[in-house]
Write a protein that binds this ligand. Structure first.
Ligand SMILES: Cc1cc2nc3c(=O)[nH]c(=O)nc-3n(C[C@H](O)[C@H](O)[C@H](O)COP(=O)(O)OP(=O)(O)OC[C@H]3O[C@@H](n4cnc5c(N)ncnc54)[C@H](O)[C@@H]3O)c2cc1C
Length: 326
C-alpha cells in the first residue's frame, strides 16, 4: 500500500474529533508501511478546516463544492471514486460514525475495495495490513486481514485512536482539486439541520449523572432512580433502550446517537457498556457501575463496580447517601 487516505468528517464547518483519530491511525500505518498520508476534505467552506489539518503536518486534498455543506453520501461515493481511482493500491480510513455508516459500504463497492467496519485497532505485520473488530454482539475480538486486496476501506471506532498534536512544526501541503462530478445532477440534497428537542434537563452540562439502562426492567420504578439522582444532586439519564421503550424522552439519552455528557461522576445502573453508550461519555468521569452480570463490559471501564440486583442496591445506596449527608 503506497498511500493512506483519511476522509475528513465535519459538521457545520468544524472537523469532527473522529477525523483526528483517523489521522492518528493513518500516521501509524504510514510510518509502518512507508506510505504517504493524505487527508481528503470534501467541504463547501474548507479553508479553516484545511488550515487546521495542514498545521498538523497533514497533506490535504480539498474538493470545494456547495454540495459538501454536509456529508452527502451520494456525492461522497462519486467523488471518492474519481479522486482515488488513479491511486492504485491504498487504505482509506473513515470514522465509524452515524454519518459514515450511511456510505462506507457504497464507497467500498465503488472503489472495489475490501471493507472492515468499526475497527478498534490497526496494525501491520511484514508489510500486511490487519485490523481488529468485535463480532457476536461485541463478545469476541476478531483479527482480520485482507487477502489479495489492493484497496482497503476501514471505518474506525471513536475513542480507539488517541490523537496527539505534532506541535505544528511542519505544514502539510494543501492541494485543491476541482469537483470531478456535476453536483447539480445529484438526487440527494441537504435540507436543514433539525436541532434535538430541548427538555427540562440538560444532561450535557450536568456534573453528576445517574444513568439507567435496560436492566431496570420493563416497568421500572422511575421515582426510585429520580430520588437517587436527587440524593447525589444529579440528573437522570439513560441508555437507548429506555428511550425506545418511551420511559424517558430522547434528550435523556447518553451516547453516539444521543447526547454527549462530561460529568464528574457517572453512575451506570443496569447498563451493559455498549460502545455506542460509552462513546457519549467524555472527560473521563468517575464511573460507578451496578450490574448483576460480573462479566458485563461496563466493568472494564468502571472505576468502581457493584455486582448485584439494582432493585436491591439502589434503595440501600440512597439511604446511605442521605444518612451521610445528615
Ligand atoms: C447506530 C447505533 C447507535 C446507537 N446509539 C446509542 C446511544 O446513543 N446510546 C445508547 O445507550 N445505545 C445506543 N445504541 C444501542 C447500543 O448498541 C446498546 O444496544 C445499548 O446501549 C444497550 O443498552 P443497555 O446497556 O441499557 O442494555 P443491555 O445491553 O441490554 O444491558 C442491560 C444490562 O443490565 C443488566 N441487568 C439486567 N437486570 C439487572 C438488574 N436487575 N440489576 C442490575 N443489572 C441488571 C444486564 O446484566 C445487562 O448488562 C446504538 C446502537 C446503534 C446500532
Amino acid at each position: 500500500m503506497k498511500n493512506i487516505y483519511v476522509l475528513a468528517e465535519h459538521r457545520k464547518g468544524m472537523l469532527r474529533d473522529i477525523t483526528w483519530e483517523a489521522i492518528a491511525a493513518g500516521r501509524k500505518l504510514s510510518s509502518e508501511l512507508g506510505a504517504e498520508l493524505t487527508c481528503i476534505l470534501l467541504a463547501s467552506q474548507p479553508n479553516t478546516m484545511s488550515e487546521n489539518l495542514s498545521s498538523e503536518g497533514v497533506r490535504v486534498k480539498v474538493v470545494n463544492d456547495p454540495i459538501f455543506e454536509t456529508m452527502n453520501s451520494e456525492a461522497i461515493i462519486k467523488v471518492l471514486k474519481e479522486v482515488l481511482t488513479p491511486s492504485g493500491s491504498y487504505v482509506l480510513l473513515m470514522g465509524a460514525s452515524n454519518a459514515i455508516l450511511d456510505f462506507a459500504p457504497g464507497v467500498s463497492v465503488a472503489l472495489d475495495a475490501a471493507l472492515a467496519t468499526d475497527c478498534f485497532s490497526v496494525e501491520t505485520r511484514e508489510g500486511k495490513l490487519f485490523a481488529s473488530r468485535q463480532i457476536y454482539s461485541y463478545k469476541i475480538n476478531s483479527l482480520v486481514s485482507f487477502k489479495d486486496s489492493e484497496r482497503v476501506v476501514l471505518t474506525l471506532r471513536a475513542g480507539s485512536f488517541p490523537f496527539t498534536t505534532s506541535g505544528g512544526e511542519t505544514k502539510g501541503a494543501i492541494e485543491n482539486v476541482a469537483c470531478p462530478v456535476d453536483s447539480t445532477s445529484l438526487k440527494k440534497r441537504f435540507v436543514k439541520y433539525v436541532e434535538a428537542e430541548k427538555g427540562d434537563v440538560d444532561i450535557s452540562s450536568a456534573d453528576i449523572i445517574v444513568s439507567i439502562g435496560r436492566g431496570v426492567g420493563d416497568e421500572p420504578d422511575l421515582d426510585m432512580f429520580k430520588s437517587l439522582a436527587d440524593s447525589v444532586g444529579g440528573v437522570l439519564a439513560c441508555s437507548r433502550p429506555i428511550v425506545d421503550k418511551n420511559l424517558l424522552p430522547k434528550y435523556h439519552q447518553v451516547g453516539t446517537s444521543g447526547v454527549e455528557v462530561k460529568p464528574k461522576l457517572y453512575l451506570a445502573l443496569g447498563i451493559s457498556g455498549a460502545f455506542q453508550h460509552l462513546g457519549g461519555i467524555k472527560g473521563s468521569p468517575l464511573l460507578v457501575a451496578i450490574n448483576k452480570d460480573a462479566k458485563a463490559p461496563i466493568f472494564r471501564v468502571a472505576n468502581y463496580g457493584i455486582v448485584g440486583d439494582l432493585n436491591e442496591i439502589v434503595p440501600l445506596l440512597e439511604e446511605k447517601i442521605r444518612s451521610l449527608k445528615g
